[in-house]
Design a protein around this ligand. Structure first.
Ligand code: SF4
Length: 193
């Protein structure tokens, strides 16, 4: 008796579900969902054509994702770079991300102690590829005032490949913005690596 009741209610449930699916299908029929800038997928925009190398390159150049990461006083300048005054997003330099897996740009902002080298290398290896490094300021470029220190390396290029160097102690946020534009040209193949 109980089993018969259970069979009947599951059949009713299946029928109700079919009916609901039919109603939803009917209500959507004839409505074209147009892609828009916010919610479109790449395949919508390219009208089912596979993305060309140029399109991928264009997207890569105009959406650089920096890692939220600072080492010393240059990181204060980096914070200023992220402010509305510079407004770096207008050039495709997007939000600082908290995980290296979502980033493709690492800005070395500050001096690099020998004990930090393995940690910086680990972060670099976790970043998505292709990935880029900007040496921001004298310390990251050559050791800066700590040139002869026993525990600070003479530039991050001793351990990782640097794409762009930014001079200054402290370096200006505007110079980092200029360096970004240079990096974009390099990523886009407009200047030699
Ligand atoms: S370059 Fe100057 S401002 Fe930047 S971390 Fe070195 S000492 Fe500090």
């Amino acid at each position: 008796m109980m089993e018969d009741q259970a069979d009947a209610s599951s059949e009713e449930f299946a029928n109700a579900r079919k009916e609901m699916d039919k109603l939803v299908y009917e209500s959507l029929k004839g409505r074209e969902v147009k892609p828009n800038a916010l919610f479109a997928k790449l395949s919508d925009l390219t009208r089912n054509l596979p993305p060309t190398k140029e399109l991928v390159n264009w997207a890569r150049v105009n959406s650089l994702w920096p890692l939220q990461f600072g080492l010393a006083c240059c990181a204060i300048e980096l914070m200023d770079f992220g402010s509305a005054r510079i407004d770096a997003e207008r050039k495709g330099y997007l939000l600082f991300r908290g995980t290296p897996r979502q980033c493709d740009v690492m800005i070395i902002a500050g001096w690099v102690t020998k004990s930090m080298v393995p940690e910086i290398k680990r972060l670099y290896e976790q970043m998505s590829s292709p990935r880029y490094i900007v040496a921001f300021g004298e310390c990251a470029t050559c050791g800066g005032p700590w040139w002869e220190s026993y525990n600070i390396i003479k530039g991050i290029d001793e351990v990782l490949p640097v794409d762009v160097f930014v001079a200054g102690c402290p370096p200006r946020p505007e110079n980092l913005f200029a360096a970004l534009i240079k990096l974009q040209k390099k990523v886009g193949g407009n200047i030699e690596g």
